[in-house]
Structure formats: C-alpha cells, structure tokens
Ligand binder design. Structure first.
Ligand SMILES: *Cc1c(COP(=O)(O)O)cnc(C)c1O
Length: 416
C-alpha cells in the first residue's frame, strides 16, 4: 500500500494548504506599502485571534524567542520571579530566567500533574516581580489553570506580572487574558495556527508595558518597545519572515471562515475541535487498555499516553511511522520511552482522528498483544464519544480553564 505522511505532532503541526499558497506568493519587500497593508491587517487579526485589546507584537523567531523576550524586557538582574513548572517547557522558563540573572523561585509538580494553588500561594512573596507558567504543558499533555493563578495574584494584590506561555494553549484552550488579568500571553506559529515554524507573538498588558520602562536586562533584537513603535507604522524593526506573515494572514482568513466570517467565532470552533478530538483520543486509548499520563489535568493540545509495563513507548512511534507514515512523538527528556504523544492542535479533524485511532489499533493488536485489545475497541469508544458529545452540556461542567470542574482548582465555591 502507499502511505501518506501525516504529522500528529504538537509542533510543527500539519500545514493549512491556503497558508502554503499564500507563502509561495509572498514575494514582497518589507519596506513597501504592500507589506505595510499586510502587516497591519495580520496584527489586527492576531489581536482578534488572541482575544485581547492589548497590543500584540509579532517576532520572527521560534516560540522560545518570544519567551526570552518576555524575560529580557520585563525583568532586571536580581529580580525575584516565580516559575510554575511541571514539565520540559516549565523548565525552559527557569533556564531563561536564570540566564538573565533573575532570582528564581520554583513551584513544581510531578510530570503529568498540575501544581497546587496553595503551594503557589505560599511561594508568592511580596518581592515577586513576575510569575511564569504554561497554559498547556506540551511535554506531558497537562492543562494548567491560568484563571486560578490570575485570580490568586489579583486577590493577594500582588505586583507580580503574570506571564503565560500559551504556545500550545492558544487555539486549544479557552483563554481570556483581559478579563483574567494576564499580563503577557506568548504564542507561536507552528502550533494551532497551522503554518510553519518561524513566527512568535506576545500580547502585552498596559501594566507590562509600564514595567518595561524601568527594567534593564540586556535586549537588542527582541526589544519589544522598538517593535511596538514600528508596528504602529505597519513595519517591523528588522527584516521579518514576510512569507510566514502572509501565511498567517491566510490562516486567520480560513479560521474566520470556519466561524462564518468571525475570527472570534472561528477561534472558538478551533478550540472546540481540539477539545473534541482530544476527548475522542482519550476515550479510545482507555478502551484499548492504555493509561493516560495526565488523567486528572488533560489538555486539548496533545494527549500523552503511558506505554504499558515493560513496553518502550518508542514502539508506538516507530510502528505508526513505518507502517502508516503517521508521525507521533515520544516523551521528551526522561519521559522518553515511557510515553507517546498525539497532538490535536490546529488542522486535525474528525477524519484524522478516526484514522489515527484505527492505525493505532493495528499497532496494538500486532505488537502489544498483552493489552488483549481487539479491532474496533478504540474506534467504538471514539465514535460513541463523538456522537454523544454536546459542547454546551460539557461546558456546564467545566472550569473557566476548560477542565472538568472536579479536576480543577477553581472548583472552590469562592472561585467565580
Ligand atoms: C513548542 C512549544 C514552545 C516553543 O518552542 P520553539 O521550539 O521555540 O518554538 C514553547 N512552549 C510550549 C509549551 C511549546 O509547546
């Protein structure tokens, strides 16, 4: 049989054809009226997509560049910062903050879990200048409760800025930065917006812009104030990734079309799509006898699945690739060999999900017989979930962050 290569990876994700065409046609110079019109339009769409009134800055870099920019622009050497970490991307915040001379406090949770709000509260000091976290921790599949942390900072009248890596959170999980009081929301292009790697972006609150006036860590390429000034004129400070910006505009047009012309509605559908395919995937994995790595805090960006006792998770990755050209990912770092991850962010739909579950059944039946799974076990569970799922009924039972209330920190009566 022939095999079509398909990415089921949490970045890069499958490319939207309309975005690829836009990229190929983007033969324009960045100091022209044509580019200024494109840039101005895409920045406006980006604001709508993020769902904020704040200025959004677009950078030509991978997501980590925007993470670094938030640290270099918003901290000074010696600043006390609090990192909330439960995986590889949380650890990246620590690495960046240390590189810029911050005094780093850490609240951590084991991989596959989220941190306790009480512990965060206890680790928040009067001098804490910023709190860094992920909306979704891609290395473990966990969704953290951003509104709970935002509420904690508000309730304690903390001066700390809340800086959220939403690189896989945007487009897969409900985020309302203005209402919750998030100061910086970081995104990246190779995730839910369905274009190649190379662009990152940050939505920045007025409070954070004010902070930037007083901080003095070194910055040059990632000087956000310089980018803001240029953006107002429809330009970027340096040569931008023009083709990717054209692709991003096309992707936003497509997302808006999914929402009957409204980008805000389109983003909601994109999130609901990720939630649905994630729920189908979880149901299928459980029906096949596999265990979820993050059962109590699962997000919709990616699902992490534990390999059974004595089985290397690499077998799932290898067999899906060699037999079906389906690319999933292994665990990162010390999680390698223990888990495999299936992404749901961006250009994945019902069809892709059913196909992947079918292929995974082939792998399980042939190569992991100790699970005693039969053909159809996973598919039946996914089909039923799809048929019975009602987004509105599901919403009643959900925390603001999108998790089941029983699993989330905002379940406390005083939460809303
Ligand atoms: C992909 C990703 C990043 C960014 O990684 P880059 O390789 O720099 O684009 C950061 N945080 C999370 C949670 C991610 O999933």
């Amino acid at each position: 049989m022939i095999r079509k290569t398909r990415l089921f990876t949490p970045g890069p994700t499958p490319l939207l054809p309309a975005a690829q065409f836009a990229m190929a046609a983007a033969d324009i110079h960045h100091r022209t009226a044509e580019f200024r019109a494109l840039y101005t339009r895409v920045l406006a769409q980006l604001k709508e997509f993020v769902g904020t009134r704040n200025d959004v800055i677009l950078l030509s870099s991978s997501g980590t560049g925007a993470m670094e920019a938030s640290v270099s622009n918003l901290t000074s050497p010696g600043d006390r910062v609090l990192i909330l970490t439960a995986g590889k991307f949380g650890e990246r915040w620590s690495g960046i903050c240390k590189a810029f001379g911050c005094h780093v406090d850490v609240v951590s949770a084991p991989y596959g879990q989220t941190f306790s709000i009480d512990e965060v509260k206890a680790s928040l000091h009067l001098e804490t200048r910023a709190v860094f976290m992920q909306a979704t921790e891609t290395s473990t599949g966990v969704r953290h409760c951003v509104p709970a942390i935002a509420k904690l900072l508000k309730d304690t009248h903390s001066e700390a800025l809340l800086i959220v890596d939403a690189i896989t959170g945007l487009g897969t999980t409900h985020l309302d930065m203005d209402a919750w009081g998030v100061d910086v929301l970081v995104g990246g292009s190779q995730k839910a917006v369905m274009i190649p790697p190379g662009l990152s972006y940050l939505a920045i609150s007025d409070r954070a812009w004010d902070r930037m006036e007083a901080t003095y860590n070194p910055r040059y390429y990632f000087d956000l104030r310089k980018e803001r000034k240029n953006a107002k004129l429809g330009e970027s400070a340096y040569t931008p990734a023009v083709a990717l910006i054209a692709a991003l505009g096309a992707a936003f047009d497509w997302i808006a079309a999914q929402g009957d012309g409204s980008l805000v509605e389109g983003r909601k559908r994109l999130i609901e799509n990720a939630e649905t395919v994630a729920a189908m995937t979880r149901a299928a994995m459980i029906a096949l006898g596999l265990k979820l790595f993050a059962p109590d805090a699962s997000g919709a960006a990616a699902t992490a699945v534990l390999a059974p006792e004595g089985v290397d998770s690499g077998i799932f990755v290898k067999e899906l690739k060699s037999r079906f050209a389906a690319i999933i990912t292994n665990g990162q770092g010390e999680m390698k060999g223990q888990i495999f991850r299936i992404a749901h962010l961006g250009f994945f739909d019902y069809m892709d999900t059913i196909a992947l579950i079918g292929a995974l059944e082939q792998v399980v039946v042939k190569s992991v017989p100790q699970l005693n799974a039969k053909f159809g076990d996973g598919l039946i569970a996914a089909q039923k979930l799809y048929a019975e799922r009602s987004p509105t009924a599901a919403a009643d039972n959900k925390c603001l962050c999108g998790r089941e209330l029983t699993h989330c920190s905002l379940q406390h009566p005083d939460a809303k």
